[in-house]
Design a protein. Structure first.
Lengths: 346, 281
């Protein structure tokens, strides 16, 4: 059972300042261009923390960066190779993480440990504290109600906050969250009955405010039962411009490539970068042969991986309903479009 | 060398102790880790692959061509195809490259015990099967008769000639070679490798077929073996794919819901049919 507390909004900045003494603070901030993005906060006063907009990206880049050095190498005088990995593990507190994005982190926890433990992901993840914010007001393209990854969560967070106007309801989840409440207990007040009622009311209202009706369950059932007509794949792949935007913004897309960056004839860095299964070269082998030869197949892989293969493997889809691919894709090859088509709607 | 046993991406340096030029496109490299302790503890099974890299040239999956029954060095046969393999072909004995692995599901050697084995290979595809063949020859009493059908483009493309010479001297083994286009002095069969299938009379109940080569060849051989009377479970192949991690995370080697690096690279035709692989069956 999660413990509940009240944090007055007036106390939020003081709490964050205390956390900043021990952690790098990452929160959604509005930049001068009007974009809300997760960024590192140097000063609470100067940063414009924005909890009202949907962050354009998730916290994926902080745990699984778009580009990261796996190791430096050097061909030494003794004619041997030297491989050196310098761990990058800054203790980080993520504040204002939405339920969908936290669910995506829980998915990445599995992906980066299930077959083999990925040390680069976990050196960052193990140093992370996640303070999530339940969504009282779903954004335009959100459908986490249909993927069962929001708008409120019951587990997975260290702390979950619910906005109750002048105060936050704070729930402790994992041990690190309990630890924060214990250490900074003067910020947290006991919950009264009206707070619990207000949270439940917020939860009910949030559930009724989704603008998108997306039939995720129905699509999953159909995909498990029968193949999707080729015309659907064709019409979607015709409109895909191979930009990779969907995969880059998707909080659960974790495909990557590894390349060497030479810094001299005898030294360099092996680098891991984000990749996307929709890219035409994703499966191409040395010499040019590509076993996945049709354009429709990569689109198929993208959607079936999320809504069929991951359901088979993990018992749930790996789409968290954040709706970001809906906003980014100028060809309209987003997951809502696919789900609608798979369910026989156009 | 500074190593971290838990970091799956860190490779280990290995020295090239011998290079055999199999033909003008394929070389076999015998390798030993520079760390003697690693050589002692290194274990693998026929059908597994290594991630081979040369810093500054990248990394690629290469199947192991040697047999664990012949310890001492690890052998990989490499066809010049891209930047990394071209760089490997320019290397000399004594030089160092980097290895991590072994990875992938091996051939089911235990369940092949007691059975006759039919190997069908094309070009560089003989490399992973060479590991199995030598393994079985070293444990003759555990396996039945061995037949190899090997196809090459032309007489000068016939690779692994010293191996084939040894195999031809084995009583329990039969080797039939074929070339797509003949050349001076060629006395063997002419035609694609499936033409050799007509010249053998396997006992289907007690024979397993192991197939490797270019995908088009695999496709035709699988279909022909199936037509001849082999059951799907007794037709086994090993696949080549673009891979980056080798351990089931990066997903470059996907085939629908399977990942060739961890679910394969060895698959039976029965498995390929479930996967609805359109390239091979």
């Amino acid at each position: 059972m999660n413990d509940h507390y009240i944090l007055k909004k007036d106390h939020l900045n003081s709490l964050l300042r205390r956390l900043m003494k021990e952690y790098r603070l990452v929160a959604p901030t509005k930049n001068p261009h009007g974009d809300t993005l997760f960024s590192i906060i140097d000063s609470i006063e100067q940063a414009h923390i924005d909890l009202a907009s949907q962050p354009q990206g998730s916290i994926k880049p902080f745990l699984f960066p778009q580009q990261e050095v796996l190791f430096d190498y050097e061909h030494s005088a003794t004619i041997d190779y030297h491989f050196e990995h310098t761990p990058d593990s800054i203790p980080t507190a993520f504040f204002g993480v939405r339920s969908c994005d936290l669910s995506a982190v829980l998915y990445m926890d599995v992906i980066f440990s299930q077959k083999k433990r990925d040390p680069y992901y976990f050196e960052k993840r193990n140093e992370a504290i996640i303070i999530s914010l339940a969504c009282n007001e779903p954004f335009a393209n959100c459908f986490c109600n249909a993927t069962k990854t929001g708008p409120f969560l019951e587990y997975g967070f260290d702390l979950q906050l619910t906005d109750l106007n002048d105060r936050f309801m704070v729930e402790t989840g994992r041990a690190k969250g309990c630890e924060i409440v214990k250490r900074f207990q003067h910020f947290f007040e006991p919950v009264e009955e009206r707070d619990s009622k207000a949270q439940y009311q917020a939860f009910l209202e949030a559930r009724s405010h989704f603008k998108q009706q997306v039939h995720v369950e129905q699509a999953i059932k159909r995909l498990a039962r029968e193949p999707i007509p080729e015309e659907i794949w064709e019409s979607l792949s015709l409109r895909c411009q191979d930009c990779g935007g969907c995969a880059y913004l998707c909080p659960t897309c974790t495909c990557f490539t590894i390349t060497d960056l030479a810094t001299s004839a005898s030294s360099g860095r092996r680098i891991r970068s984000w990749d996307a299964c929709t890219f035409s070269g994703f499966t191409r082998m040395a010499g040019g042969h590509n076993p996945i030869n049709s354009r429709t197949h990569s689109i198929k892989q993208r959607f079936l991986h999320k809504l069929k293969y991951d359901v088979q493997e993990h018992g749930r889809p790996s789409c968290v309903g954040c709706g970001r691919c809906v906003g980014i894709c100028f060809g309209g090859v987003d997951i809502i479009r696919f789900i609608n088509k798979a369910c026989g709607q156009n | 060398m500074k190593g971290n046993n838990e970091n799956i991406y860190l490779p280990y340096p290995a020295r090239i102790v011998r290079i055999v030029e199999e033909n003008n496109q394929i070389k076999t490299f015998s390798l030993t880790f520079t760390d003697p302790l690693r050589n002692e503890s290194f274990e693998y099974s026929p059908g597994q692959f290594m991630m081979v890299s040369i810093p500054n040239y990248g990394e690629a999956p290469i199947s192991i061509a040697s047999s664990p029954s012949r310890p001492g060095s690890l052998e990989v046969s490499v066809r010049k195809a891209g930047a990394l393999t071209t760089a490997m072909h320019a290397m000399n004995e004594g030089e160092i490259l980097a290895l991590r692995g072994p990875y992938g599901k091996p051939f089911p050697m235990k369940s092949l015990e007691g059975r006759d084995l039919l190997f069908v290979a094309g070009g560089i595809g003989l490399a992973p099967l060479r590991s199995v063949i030598n393994f079985c020859l070293d444990k003759k009493k555990d396996f039945g008769s061995i037949t190899l059908l090997y196809g090459s483009r032309s007489p000068e493309d016939v690779a692994f000639q010293s191996d084939i010479k040894c195999w031809q001297e084995e009583e329990s083994m039969e080797c039939l070679l074929t070339v797509d286009t003949t050349g001076p002095g060629w006395l063997g069969n002419i035609g694609v490798v499936t033409t050799l299938l007509g010249r053998i009379t396997p006992n289907f109940a007690r024979t397993s077929a192991l197939v490797c080569g270019p995908s088009l060849m695999i496709r035709f051989v699988l279909a022909e073996l199936s037509r001849m009377g082999f059951s799907d479970e007794n037709i086994i192949t090993t696949l080549e794919r673009h891979m980056k991690c080798g351990v089931g995370i990066c997903r470059h080697c996907y085939m629908d819901n399977t990942l060739v690096c961890v679910d394969g690279p060895v698959f039976s035709l029965a498995q390929l049919r479930i996967m609805q692989d359109t390239e091979l069956c």
